[in-house]
Write a protein that binds this ligand. Structure first.
Ligand code: NAP
Length: 259
């Protein structure tokens, strides 16, 4: 276990605790900053520990190593947390863009393990503490891919649909318990997402965002920060956010490059 910048035991009694998974880049990193600015003590998790340690230092939070695909890692992470009010299930992503006929089973396994079972593991482990907080909130970052399909996207869209269904089912199952649930479903956000999808191919990743202004990680973090600071009787069930230039998963209005 990596050294933490602040002992979890040192969190002031009246400070609310938020957990953000996948906080080493993109939406998770931006969300951790936003929640810290709103007064939360933020516990950040990811596999790239050097990055989350630097972030935790910056936001006076706590960094703990986390691999959401690994039972032992999730157990160590979640048992180290004495209490939690907000869980942001953000860790996830896509691999590849193959048609169903060309489907790569390893890519599918990665996407289902990370997005679906990762969210399940984290949520299951922290649910008792979220309920005990008396005012819990689970934000799950799904995608417009949780609601629509596109050619070549079946591994990702099926995983995001499953993640969304898991999250929405909890809204039904926890009805009457002091836990709110919000699904945040972004369209194209410029993060490391496409770089991961295309196995580090920067040129291919950059093409995804060519000719239009994509969302930034801060655009999404701002919405999550808003959700997390509503009064406890207000449940924002679902928010879909797309760039103006995006009408659907594969439908972008791109301006030609200026010469
Ligand atoms: P990103 O920059 O690639 O961030 C992904 C984060 O997930 C990283 O911090 C990564 O950290 C973490 N992660 C991946 N596998 C993990 C694992 N096994 N255990 C723990 N953490 C893991 O991409 P992003 O755009 O911010 O993605 C965040 C979420 O938004 C994802 O769920 C993604 O599906 C969703 N989303 C993104 C977009 C978009 O266009 N960017 C659109 C809709 C939805 P480590 O590698 O350090 O572990």
């Amino acid at each position: 276990m990596a050294a933490t910048t602040i002992s979890i035991m040192d969190i002031a009694e009246n400070t609310r605790v938020a957990v953000v998974t996948g906080a080493s880049s993109g939406i998770g990193e931006a969300t951790a900053r936003t929640l810290a600015d709103s007064g939360f003590h933020v516990i950040v998790g990811a596999r790239r520990v050097d990055r989350i340690e630097a972030l935790a230092q910056e936001i006076s939070g706590t960094a703990l190593p986390l691999d959401v695909t690994d039972d032992e890692s999730v157990h160590a992470f979640t048992t180290a947390i004495p209490r939690v009010s907000v869980l942001v299930n953000n860790a996830g992503g896509a691999k590849g863009l193959e048609t169903v006929m060309e489907a790569d089973l390893d890519n599918w396994r990665w996407m289902w393990e990370t997005n679906v079972l990762g969210t399940l593991r984290m949520t299951k482990a922290l649910l008792p503490k979220l309920i005990d907080s008396g005012d819990g909130l689970i934000v799950t970052v799904t995608s417009i891919a949780a609601l629509e399909i596109y050619s070549g996207g079946s591994g990702y869209t099926s995983a995001k649909h499953a993640q969304g269904v898991l999250h929405r089912t909890l809204r039904d199952e926890l009805h009457g318990k002091p836990v709110r649930l919000t699904e945040v479903a972004p369209g194209a956000v410029e993060t490391e997402f496409s770089k991961v999808r295309f196995e580090g191919d920067d040129e291919r990743a950059a093409k995804v965002y060519e000719g239009f202004t994509p969302l930034s990680a801060d655009d999404i973090a701002e919405v999550i920060g808003f959700v997390a600071t509503r009064p406890s009787h207000v449940n924002i069930d679902q928010v879909m956010i797309k760039p103006r230039a995006q009408a659907g998963p594969g439908k972008f209005h791109r301006e030609p490059a200026q010469s």
